[in-house]
Design a protein around this ligand. Structure first.
Ligand SMILES: Cc1ncc(COP(=O)(O)O)c(C=O)c1O
Length: 447
């Protein structure tokens, strides 16, 4: 019998130079590449045939585990039936059904859903809807946007403008004008080794009052925050902080946007962070777990009053929101989204995450005293370990521990001297132990 033809997955590519890799130290990576060729449930397989436990759900996105059969099948069936349909002035059934299901899942009256292809596009879409909303209401002077230091909202010009990570901003010129930032909510001094939400720090929300006092509420459109900041290294909001932000926004007529690209779809043991914290934003951005990352898709959820503000007037010929993408509501993404929601629901994965959270918390905090660890933080099935940077070479300690974990068969997420963990919600207690034991060993070896 003839053997299967060799594919690109069976051999090391001859040339690594043409692919300019995103958010990667290209020269470092290409000198010692880490290539993944297969994935199933909790594991990746590397090109040299090793199994690696996925401690990061890909990039915080594969919440139901890898290559889940019902999702794969739904995408295969859809691609064979209709691979594409234009979303402008035309439609197909699946995204209507998906949007209706999402609206039923969402907290409060976040009843309307605009589809995008990524978290970055969701953020730029939400910012544009916020600006256009105020204009529809006759308050077009409300153009200022408020983000937060250490926030990550993707890489579009809107997202980096409201984002608060200087390496992602400093190279790219003036960005959007009229943006201000809240202070971030992390303090080693006041909250290191907190289990869940820190007690200290709700007062940091009052900085929004200062920003309002400086610019006047009549110039401000919206405030955007991640309910739990993910990319900056799992910064958990202090108790009462998000509630205070909500109250200040209400007082001054500012729209509150929660960027739930990471926290959505079960990561915190609830459908969305808004459910977990009991705070309903006016707009909510999502992506990642929406399709279990099988096909790229994002979604912006809007409260009813925002959507309704666009649906006014007698001219029903007019396009109400002049915004959208060629691939908005792509048939493959919509099929993946519907099948993903089925898996989440049938397997009770969000409830499972909630049940696992105490075990996850205890396991991570067993690292509190490990060598150069200066903080361990956790919330939902997210967690981070922060290290004291090596003198003269910040970031290298985190990188060494990350590569040691990978060599020992566990994938964690490296951002300088912070390692973040967010395994798929199907993770077992034994696999949580494996993640933490591997980290402990690697920390010792790299100290
Ligand atoms: C909170 C948040 N917003 C936006 C994004 C950007 O998403 P994408 O990479 O899909 O554009 C991310 C990505 O990690 C994120 O964590």
């Amino acid at each position: 019998m003839a053997s299967a033809p060799e594919t690109v997955y069976d051999r090391m590519p001859n040339d690594l130079s043409a692919f300019w890799m995103p958010f990667t130290a290209n020269r470092q990576f290409k000198a010692a590449p880490r290539l993944l060729v297969e994935a199933k449930d909790m594991h990746y397989t590397t090109q040299d045939g090793r199994k690696v436990l996925d401690g990061t759900a890909g990039l915080w996105c594969v919440n139901a585990g890898h290559c889940r059969e019902p999702i794969v099948r739904a995408v295969q069936e859809q691609v064979a039936r209709m691979e594409y349909a234009p979303p402008f002035q035309m439609g197909h059934p699946a995204p209507f059904e998906l949007a209706a299901r999402l609206a039923r899942m969402a907290p409060g009256d976040l009843d309307h859903v605009f589809f995008t292809n990524s978290g970055s596009e969701s953020v730029d879409t939400a910012l544009k809807i916020a600006l256009a909303y105020h204009r529809m209401k006759g308050e077009g002077q409300r153009t200022r946007l408020i983000g937060r230091s250490r926030g990550y909202h993707g890489v579009g010009f809107g997202g980096i403008s409201v984002g608060g990570m200087s390496p992602n901003r400093k190279f790219y010129g003036g960005m959007l004008g009229g943006v201000d930032h809240l202070p971030h909510t992390h303090s080693l001094q006041n909250m290191a080794f907190s289990r869940g939400q820190p007690e200290w720090g709700a007062h940091l929300a009052d900085e929004l009052e200062e920003i309002v006092a400086l610019h006047d509420a009549s110039t401000i459109a919206a405030v955007i925050v991640e309910p739990v900041a993910g990319s900056a290294g799992v910064l958990v909001p202090p108790k009462g902080y998000l509630e205070r932000l909500r109250a200040i926004c209400d007082k001054h007529g500012l729209l509150l946007i929660f960027d739930e690209v990471i926290t959505g779809f079960g990561r915190l043991g609830t459908s969305f962070a808004g459910d977990r914290f009991g705070v309903v934003p006016d707009l909510m951005t999502t992506a990642k777990g929406l399709t279990n990352a099988t096909v790229p898709m994002g979604a912006v959820f809007c409260r009813k009053f925002i959507h309704d503000a666009f649906m006014q007037g007698d001219n029903t010929h007019a396009v109400e929101l002049t915004h959208g993408y060629t691939y908005s509501a792509h048939p493959l993404a919509a099929a993946a989204g519907l099948a993903t929601l089925d898996v989440y629901q049938e397997e009770g994965l969000f409830e499972r995450a909630a049940e696992l959270e105490p075990y996850w918390q205890d396991a991570l905090h067993s690292l509190d005293d490990a060598g150069p660890v200066v903080d361990v933080r956790n919330f939902g099935i997210m967690g981070a370990v922060q290290f004291d940077p090596r003198k003269d070479s910040p970031g290298t300690r985190g990188y060494d521990i990350f590569t040691k974990c990978y060599e020992k068969g566990v994938l964690v997420r490296y951002t300088a001297d912070i390692l973040a963990m967010s395994p798929p919600l199907i993770v077992s207690k034994g696999q949580i132990d494996q993640i933490v034991d591997t980290l402990a060993e690697s920390i010792k070896e790299a100290a």
